[in-house]
Design a binder for this molecule. Structure first.
Ligand SMILES: [Zn+2]
Ligand SMILES: [Zn+2]
Length: 379
């Protein structure tokens, strides 16, 4: 999971900022935080690095677009998440990250250590995961996909407070709104989540009926994700801010779309190289032939040269898969497989026998070497 700050936030600009606004914000911040002005200040040094990193991405239109779509993983998409097989089934969905369960255990074990993470503080929304299945062509050429999923949102009826319309939550008398109680004395003070209010710091007398007082409801959400051409099995698209909304003013989580690509009947791929196994007849291989080779964008004609051997490879430039990181397209690599005929008529057999008898042996370089070696062996 990304632990880096949002680049727009780092530069203090909006997501729709123009190139000029970004340039100005960067110059101003870089001046303020320049290490020369803050000798021996580690924080300023880190901040300066962060500002430069953000500028490097946001000042480059291509990197920025990629960042907008993929988040911090954009420039080096390595496919974390490992391609679940869930496809379009909604069971594949699970919230992960930012769980409040961890906080309360942490608080109980280590006391004051978790004090700033109390449940009455703003809480970021959970990240969500969606498993998306694409056809081979959709992944190769890119597409737009609209899909539905369920996510927890703040309740519209009570505005997320959990209290019935016309009423409001009151401050918890046990913890006085902090969500935590301290116990013990001296140097062994333990801090635990308040049992009375469950750590929220609030008591709701009249619960909102729409959300049963939780302030959250599960809602169906529909999003459209732009899938870039060249995406591959196991890679992830990050739709920023499409996770669950934060609580008490916390930021929204992100939606991680894990990609699974269905195999193709004819083609395979290795990165941006498209692979095709193509059978050719014995006669075509021997005599050479013009053949139609299927590609992802229709047929291309190709001349198989005379004397083509089993396993020979032909490269057809630019007919492979779009490279994710550039505008170039990979190649199509065709492997020829010479087929030996299986059901021959008597007439055909005769012709082949005549053909074999006409050979002097020089026609086959591999066989000639082989026979020479056999001769050497038995001499
Ligand atoms: Zn409600
Ligand atoms: Zn309480």
């Amino acid at each position: 999971m990304a632990v880096k700050r949002d680049y727009y936030e780092v530069l203090g600009v909006s997501k729709t900022a123009t190139d000029d606004e970004i340039k100005r914000a960067y110059r101003k911040l870089a001046k303020e935080c320049h290490p020369d002005l803050h000798p021996n200040d580690k924080t300023a040094e880190e901040r300066f690095k962060e500002i430069n990193e953000a500028n490097e991405v946001l000042s480059d239109a291509q990197k920025r677009a990629r960042y907008d779509q993929f988040g911090h993983e954009g420039p080096n998409m390595g496919g974390f998440g490992g391609g679940g097989a869930g496809g379009f089934d909604f069971n594949g969905f699970g919230g992960f990250g930012g769980g409040s369960g961890f906080d309360s255990i942490f608080e109980q074990l280590f006391g004051g250590g978790g004090a700033q993470r109390s449940r009455s503080a703003p809480q970021p929304g959970n990240d969500l995961r969606y498993d998306m299945k694409l056809t081979f062509e959709e992944a190769a050429f890119g597409c737009e996909k609209t899909f539905d999923f369920m996510r927890g949102e703040n309740c519209d009826v009570c505005g997320g407070s959990g209290a019935k319309a016309g009423t409001s939550a009151s401050t918890c008398p046990t913890c006085h709104g902090t969500g935590q109680v301290r116990a013990g004395g001296g140097f062994m003070v333990t801090v635990r989540t308040c049992q009375t209010c469950g750590g929220t710091g609030k008591i709701i007398a009249d619960k909102c009926t729409a959300c049963s007082g939780s302030g959250r409801v599960r809602k169906r959400r529909s999003v459209t994700v732009k899938v870039p051409a060249g995406i591959d099995n196991g890679q992830t698209i990050v739709d920023r801010g499409e996770g669950e909304p934060g609580m008490r003013g916390g930021p929204s989580g992100d939606l991680y779309v894990n990609i699974t690509v269905k195999p193709h009947k004819l083609f395979r791929r290795e990165g941006s190289t498209l692979l095709l196994d193509m059978p050719i007849s014995f006669a075509q291989a021997a005599l050479g032939a013009d053949v139609d080779i299927p590609t992802l964008d229709g047929k291309v004609s190709y001349h198989v040269p005379e004397g083509t051997q089993e396993g020979a490879r032909f490269r057809i430039r630019g007919k492979g898969i779009q490279n994710l990181r550039s505008t170039t397209r990979g190649d199509l690599l065709v492997t020829a497989h010479v087929e030996v005929p299986q059901k021959l008529s008597e007439k055909q057999k005769q012709l082949l026998t005549q053909f074999e008898a006409s050979l002097s042996g020089k026609e086959y370089s591999g066989r000639k070497t082989f026979l020479d070696r056999v001769k050497d062996l038995f001499q």
